[in-house]
Design a protein around this ligand. Structure first.
Ligand code: ATP
Length: 234
């Protein structure tokens, strides 16, 4: 099967220091893959580089088997890559309805499709997004990204500051999209246990390099090693 997303030898950084070095991984259609690692390991930088928002110094990104032009965020979006950044990038002064409209969900039919997946947003449609709870904001951020019908969705620190129940609900939505629509998901997570439950496979980043990878079952068996790698002691 052709990978929905293939990253080969990706290197990037800010200023002169490299932050990620020779990162390679792939995600198949319908798969949820977690990128794990401690603070500063380079997870966010990896996502930003895939999206073309940070300049790649080396390496390639392919979507559905086709190389996408480096440094062109719009080309990456057009190729089918959605990105939910850590800060969620909502318009705080706009209502939920208008935030969805800005993302292209203007017609009643579009809105119905969004609300079918995210029914919790219905009673919040006229509320300013800045007044939503963290979980509701994250749901709106996901809804906006999903509305664009990406083939690949990059989700950064979805669980940050959210209650476990809400995280589980968001993971369930991603799983449904993966199963029903073949969406490929890259989940950047600091929360090791949530990620291991949510993902089919995971890669561990340590100081900008992938040091460990495996399926959920393989990683569950190598729990001690995983925790050591995660804590940065190997
Ligand atoms: P976190 O969970 O804290 O976001 P992370 O694994 O996502 O961690 P990155 O945010 O990719 O890590 O950061 C990797 C390294 O790059 C860190 O040392 C960080 O200080 C540095 N860094 C991140 N953004 C910038 C920037 N805009 N300018 C300079 N250095 C940066």
């Amino acid at each position: 099967m052709t990978a929905a997303l293939a990253v080969t030898g990706l290197s990037a950084g800010y200023g002169s220091a490299p932050v990620i070095r020779g990162i390679s991984f792939e995600v198949l259609p319908g798969e949820i893959v977690a990128l794990l690692g401690r603070n500063g390991a380079g997870k966010t930088t990896t996502l930003l580089t895939i999206s073309g928002l940070v300049r790649a110094r080396a390496g390639e990104v392919s979507v559905g088997g086709k190389a996408v032009a480096a440094h062109h965020p719009r080309a990456v979006t057009r190729a089918g890559v959605g990105h939910v950044p850590e800060e969620r990038a909502l318009f705080a002064n706009l209502s939920v309805r208008d935030n969805l409209a800005v993302a292209g969900a203007r017609r009643a039919r579009d809105l119905r499709r969004v609300l079918e997946l995210f029914p919790e947003l219905e009673r919040l449609l006229d509320r300013r997004s800045g007044l939503l709870s963290g979980g509701e904001q994250q749901m709106l951020a996901l809804a906006r990204a999903v509305h664009q019908r990406p083939k690949v969705l990059l989700v950064d620190e979805m669980s940050l500051g959210l209650a476990p129940k809400i995280c589980q609900r968001l993971v369930d939505i991603l799983r449904r999209l993966a199963t029903e629509q073949g969406l490929a998901v890259v989940l950047v997570e600091q929360h090791l246990f949530l990620a291991l439950e949510a993902a089919d496979r995971a890669y561990v980043l340590h100081r900008g390099e992938i040091t460990l990878s495996g399926t959920r079952a393989e990683l569950a068996e190598r729990r001690a090693e995983l925790e050591a790698a995660y804590l940065g002691s190997v």
